[in-house]
Structures are given as structure tokens and as C-alpha cells.
Design a protein around this ligand. Structure first.
Ligand code: ST9
Ligand code: ZN
Ligand code: ZN
Length: 333
């Protein structure tokens, strides 16, 4: 693997081939931004979202209760749907499109966009835009899920209120040309609602019903709503738990932390002190495949020739960083 430093951000990438990248990625923390003085803007509740999220979580709870009625095949299908939708977020929206930490061929991008619609977490363009402001203005008013506003806000609260104006102001200044140039991303954005209806709700429900005679109700509540709600909460735990609990072996001056439990449920995305320190690393972790199905998946895609140019931080750079800014919790440091 190649040694990467932040200087690669400055390198202009070439355009043209199927795996091209068009611009530098704005995911590096900007310490020049200062929150505005004076009173904070009032919190404006979005009742539509509050009602929908309540209904979803009630449905998911019902799904939990009817698990004993589900056939073994339906449970296996639930796990498959979990994995596919999770990869659409981790390998797709996060590591590929938000951070450009590797390059993906057209067929892989199509798969990741479909998987991403199955996860129904906003389209890739919106997800990556919010995520880049999250890294650049982490723990400030311009961070969409600013964890200094507490666990609940960072977890789900931020989706139930209007955004802080600074999120939008700063977000509008971000360079997103690489996303606009990706036809797969723009196609998914254009057809987002229909793709979600089909991939997040119809396919998970109809497959068990059609192929092995599962009842429509069980199929809707278990691989449908329960699976969707669990993937959402596993994702949100990265913003809440992994910004609050855990060690900071790489940079003790920032809030994000190493949280193995979150890494496990989020198929590799809980090594969050590492990730905010080295956001361009395709593995989002120092430790390869450990609790990290996503990294194994990307490695498999490289092996199959569907992905390439994985960016990785060298061991020397990691060790130097641990010595310089770590909290001393890293066993090797
Ligand atoms: C969901 C997303 O759950 C989860 C993301 C989690 C991120 C995790 C990151 C952690 C690391 C990776 C870990 C992965 C782990 C995966 C594990 C898997 C097992 N920049 O938004 P609006 C502008 S979604 C620039 O309406 P309001 C823009 O012009 C769940 N501009 O703001 C926009 O217009 P347009 C399902 C921005 O009115 C306009 O403002 N979805 C930016 O304040 C208005 O934007 C939902 O629940 C920006 N950043 O409303 C829906 N932002 O659209 C949730 C905005 O044309 N969303 N603009 O671009 C909403 O309903 C609303 O956004 C709102 C705010 C009510 C929250
Ligand atoms: Zn974070
Ligand atoms: Zn990230």
C-alpha cells in the first residue's frame, strides 16, 4: 500500500477514466471557523420527521416482537439486507463518495448506489455534503450533528429540527464538483424516492413473501422496518456514542473516539478518533479487517478488479501521530 499524507489533497487528480476523481476533498478540519457570538437561533421542530421517526421505531419494536414468527430464511434475508444497506452507507456514501478514499469502477458504483437507496439515509449527494461539513467544522454550529449538543441531538435529534444556518452557509461553500460529475450519484439523486420505495421497502418485503411464502406482515416488519431502524441506529451511534465514549490514541485534542462496540455494529465505522485524524484512509482504522467488514469488502473489490487506489496511512505516520497527539492509550504507542 502506498504512503499517504494530507498533501495528496493538494494534488490535482486527473480526469477521464472510469474511476476518475475530479477534485480535492474537503474533509479536513478547519480551525479558522469561529462560531457566531450572541444568542443561538431558536430550535425549530419538524413535526413531520418526529411523527415518521416515531412510527418507524414503533414498527421496528413490533418487528422485534414478531421475530419468533419469522422463518429461518427470513432471518437470513434480514441479515443480508442489513449487510447490503450498511455497505451502501460505509463503502458507498462514506468511504467512496464523502472521502474519496479509493476509486470504484462503474459497476461497483451502481451496486453501492442501489445498496445506499436500500439504507434510505438521504441520497448520496446530500449525505456526503453533510458529512464533509461534519469533518470540516466538527463539534461546532456548522456541524450538522454537533455532538457538543449532547447524545440525543447527535444521534437523532438533528434530523428532527431545522439545521443551524451555519451548516447551510458553510456547506454551500464546499467543493462538491466531484459528486456532481459522478453520473451514478446524480442518477440516484434524481430517482431517489422511487429507488427508496423499491429497495428499502418493497424488495425486503416481497422477496420472502414471493420466494418462500413468508407472511407479508412479518416480511414488512422484520427485514423491512426493523432492519431499516437498526441500520439507522447503528449509523447514528457513530455520531453519538463514538463522539462521546472511548479512547483517543491518535489525537486527544478532538472529541471523536475509538469505540469497538460501535465499530462492530457499524461494520467497521467506530474507530472514530482514527477516522477524524486520517479521514482519507480507506480502512477508517489502523487494524485492517478487525471489526471491519467494510474494509474486507473493499479489499475483495480490489481483488476482483472493481476498485483500486486505496489510500492508506503508513505505520510510521500513525506512530508519529500517536507519540505527538495521542492520549497514551494505544498499546503499540
Ligand atoms: C440519516 C442520515 O439517517 C444519517 C447520516 C449519518 C452520518 C454518519 C456519519 C458517521 C461516519 C460514517 C459511519 C457510517 C456507519 C454506517 C453503519 C451502517 C450499519 N450544505 O436539509 P434541509 C441547503 S437520514 C449545503 O431541508 P432544513 C440546501 O440548499 C434518515 N447546503 O434543511 C438544501 O436544499 P437542497 C432519513 C445545505 O430545512 C436547503 O439547505 N431521512 C446543507 O434545516 C434545505 O435543506 C430523514 O429523516 C449542507 N450541509 O431541514 C430526513 N444542508 O435540498 C432528514 C442543507 O436543494 N432530513 N443545505 O439541497 C430532513 O428532513 C431535513 O434535512 C431536516 C433539516 C429537517 C433535518
Ligand atoms: Zn464524526
Ligand atoms: Zn467520515
Amino acid at each position: 500500500t502506498e504512503t499517504e499524507t494530507r498533501s495528496h489533497r493538494a494534488d490535482k487528480q486527473q480526469n477521464g477514466d472510469a474511476m476518475s476523481e475530479t477534485s480535492t476533498v474537503e474533509d479536513v478540519f478547519d480551525d479558522t471557523y469561529k462560531e457566531k457570538e450572541g444568542p443561538k437561533p431558536p430550535r425549530m421542530l419538524v413535526w413531520r420527521n418526529i411523527i415518521l421517526m416515531t412510527l418507524l421505531h414503533t414498527g421496528a419494536l413490533y418487528g422485534l416482537i414478531v421475530i419468533p414468527c419469522a422463518s429461518a430464511l427470513t432471518l437470513a434475508w434480514t441479515a443480508v439486507c442489513y449487510l447490503i444497506s450498511a455497505l451502501g452507507v460505509t463503502a458507498g456514501a462514506h468511504r467512496l463518495w464523502s472521502h474519496r478514499s479509493y476509486k470504484a469502477s462503474f459497476p461497483l458504483r451502481v451496486f453501492l448506489a442501489l445498496a445506499n437507496s436500500m439504507a434510505f439515509q438521504n441520497d448520496v449527494y446530500e449525505w456526503a455534503r453533510d458529512h464533509r461539513v461534519h469533518h470540516k467544522y466538527s463539534e461546532t454550529d456548522a456541524d450538522p450533528h454537533n455532538a457538543t449538543r449532547g447524545f440525543f441531538f447527535a444521534h437523532i435529534g438533528w434530523l428532527l429540527v431545522r439545521k443551524h444556518p451555519d451548516v447551510i452557509e458553510k456547506g454551500k461553500k464546499l467543493e462538491l464538483a466531484d459528486l456532481r460529475a459522478d453520473k451514478v450519484v446524480m442518477f440516484q439523486r434524481r430517482h431517489y424516492k422511487l429507488s427508496v420505495l423499491i429497495l428499502c421497502f418493497l424488495v425486503p418485503t416481497l422477496v420472502p413473501w414471493y420466494f418462500w411464502g413468508e407472511s407479508l406482515a412479518v416480511a414488512y416488519f422484520v427485514p423491512g422496518l426493523l432492519r431499516y431502524a437498526v441500520v439507522l441506529n447503528a449509523t447514528w451511534l457513530v455520531n453519538s456514542a463514538a463522539h462521546i465514549w472511548g479512547n483517543r490514541p491518535y489525537d486527544k485534542t478532538i472529541n471523536p473516539r475509538e469505540n469497538p462496540m460501535v465499530a462492530f455494529s457499524a461494520i467497521g465505522e467506530g474507530f472514530h478518533n482514527y477516522h477524524h485524524t486520517f479521514p482519507f484512509d480507506y480502512a477508517t482504522s489502523e487494524f485492517g479487517w478487525k471489526f471491519n467488514i467494510t474494509t474486507a469488502f473493499i479489499d475483495l473489490m480490489c481483488f476482483l478488479g472493481l476498485a483500486k487506489d486505496c489510500k492508506k496511512v503508513s505505520k510510521e505516520l500513525i506512530m508519529a501521530r500517536i507519540q505527538r497527539t495521542g492520549d497514551g492509550s494505544d498499546k503499540s504507542g
